[in-house]
Design a protein around this ligand. Structure first.
Ligand code: ASP
Ligand code: MG
Length: 468
């Protein structure tokens, strides 16, 4: 398959980087293509669990518990050093020296947070990006140990320049030229760049992150910049699945998805890709493959511009977002007053909260929104202080959003009817409905505890477990 390729970007996720064994295996997957004469750029995630650990220890430092933060840093340090050693690094090697320096800088950054008892989005990004900065040297080491030449670098060093939206930064348009300038020399010299994913930097050199799961996004940004033939996202799953395989036993791998379909899936809770990961590819038409590291010869899922148009399969997958809250704004004042709607959305926007679903009754007497429950309190406060007194805001927690995704439902009748009757036959009440005008998805809000039953029922109704 790779014979025809000249340049591939390969992304390795957290489980593919979790210890020396996983890293060696990942390196061998890159090496396979390199030995066939393909140029490869590697983009890595932090070791599995490290990102969460960094977020937690930063919180501990902010709340004054520096002992706990230091313990966590020490545990993480052991994990990285053990991996380096198992990958064959000598105690006085460059890799070990670099890991030591990075941990020392991390410790200082965390100590700063402790002294100030302040954790800004900017300092959180600095701290959380250490996960990827620490795993990149390990991957470079593994490649070198198998006789290849590699050079590891931070996202910023690779040329990823972002805005200052810490925690959720976006690439600036000049990024693509910068990446090309910085990486082309390595590639023509036969050196494989190993880039710390998830991170970029601002024009002042402050470290930013691209949002959780952002290494996918780093990889596609780099893929676009260099005009790669394909971007391969190596995972610990077979590809993108028709439903969460932990919930639905007969969930199946999906062979082909369009960029639009995969974005909807990611947005509606399928943890398979960063929701914006395919955006750089959309403009350039570069395909992305989600591949299983355990089964590298399996094709996985191909994501490309063109959807698979099987009329018998208008729906390709069913996904769910758990822990959702519904917020409803009611009151006579909502009636026919567009300014009220505007102030509702601007209050939410100021808090930078993701709206999962929105619906408005046609009388305009109420507006409902689904938000992640973790953001519900912030959203409520923002609404209560941003709206006039006559309006009421109510919260209903313990809700889930279930979505069906597939481009084939565009213009096809009966799809929503089938979804609703599958839910009705399980006695599941629908609290809110929305269909994007793109007709790529239909989503419903239901009671949280019913979500697994609902997922299974909808998966069955559309025969998603049956080979197409
Ligand atoms: N390590 C980051 C995360 O866990 C980025 C990534 O894995 O893609 O969100
Ligand atoms: Mg991760």
């Amino acid at each position: 398959m790779s014979q025809a390729h000249q340049l591939l970007v390969m992304k390795f996720g957290g489980t593919n980087m979790q210890d020396a064994r996983a890293i060696s295996h990942s390196a061998s997957l890159a090496a396979r293509s390199l030995r066939e004469g393909v140029k490869v750029i590697v983009v890595v995630s932090a070791m599995a669990g490290v990102t969460n650990q960094l977020l937690q220890l930063a919180d501990a430092a902010q709340s004054g518990d520096i002992a706990r933060a230091n313990d966590d840093i020490a545990a993480m340090r052991t994990r990285h050093f053990t991996a380096a050693q198992e990958l064959g690094a000598a105690p006085d090697s460059e890799t070990v020296r670099e890991l030591r320096e990075l941990h020392e800088t991390l410790r200082q950054a965390v100590y700063g947070v402790y002294l100030l008892r302040e954790l800004t989005p900017r300092s959180r990004d600095l701290i959380v990006a250490f996960g990827e900065r620490l795993s990149a040297p390990l991957m470079a080491l593994a490649l070198e140990q198998s006789g290849l030449r590699a050079k590891h670098m931070t996202g910023g060093e690779a040329g990823i320049l972002t805005d200052t939206h810490f925690g959720n930064a976006r690439p600036q348009s000049s990024t693509y030229e910068r990446i090309k300038d910085r990486l082309s020399g390595f590639l023509s010299a036969g050196v494989t760049p190993v880039i710390a994913g998830f991170m970029g930097e601002t024009d002042k050199g402050a470290i930013t992150t691209l949002g959780r799961g952002g290494t996918d996004f780093s990889a596609t940004i780099v893929g676009k910049a260099l005009g790669a033939d394909e971007v391969w996202a190596w995972k610990d799953v077979d590809g993108v699945m028709s439903a969460d395989p932990r919930v639905v036993k007969d969930a199946r791998n999906i062979e082909v998805l369009s960029y639009g379909e995969v974005m909807e899936l990611a947005y509606f809770g399928a943890k398979v890709l960063h929701p914006l990961a395919v955006t750089p590819l959309k403009e350039s038409g570069i395909p992305l493959r989600v591949k299983s590291a355990a089964d590298p010869d399996f094709a996985g899922t191909l994501v490309r511009a063109q959807a698979d148009q099987d009329p018998n399969r208008p729906v390709k997958a069913v996904t769910a977002i758990k822990n959702v809250s519904l917020l409803t704004v009611t009151g006579a004042g909502v009636l026919g007053v567009p300014e009220v709607i505007a102030s509702v959305f601007s209050a939410i926007a100021r808090e930078n909260i993701t709206l999962l679903m929105v619906s408005q009754s046609s009388s305009m007497s109420n507006v409902s929104m689904a938000v992640p429950s973790t953001d519900a309190e912030r959203a409520l406060n923002a609404l209560r202080s941003g709206l006039s007194q006559e309006l009421n805001v109510e919260e209903k927690s313990n809700v889930a959003v279930l979505a069906i995704v597939g481009s084939g439902m565009r213009g096809q009748q009966g799809v929503s009817a089938k979804m609703f009757s599958a839910l009705a036959s399980e006695g599941i009440n629908i609290q809110m409905i929305s269909q994007g005008s793109s007709e790529l998805n239909i989503s419903v809000a239901i009671d949280g505890p019913q979500v697994d039953t609902a997922t299974q029922a909808v998966h069955n109704a559309f025969s998603l477990g049956v080979q197409g």
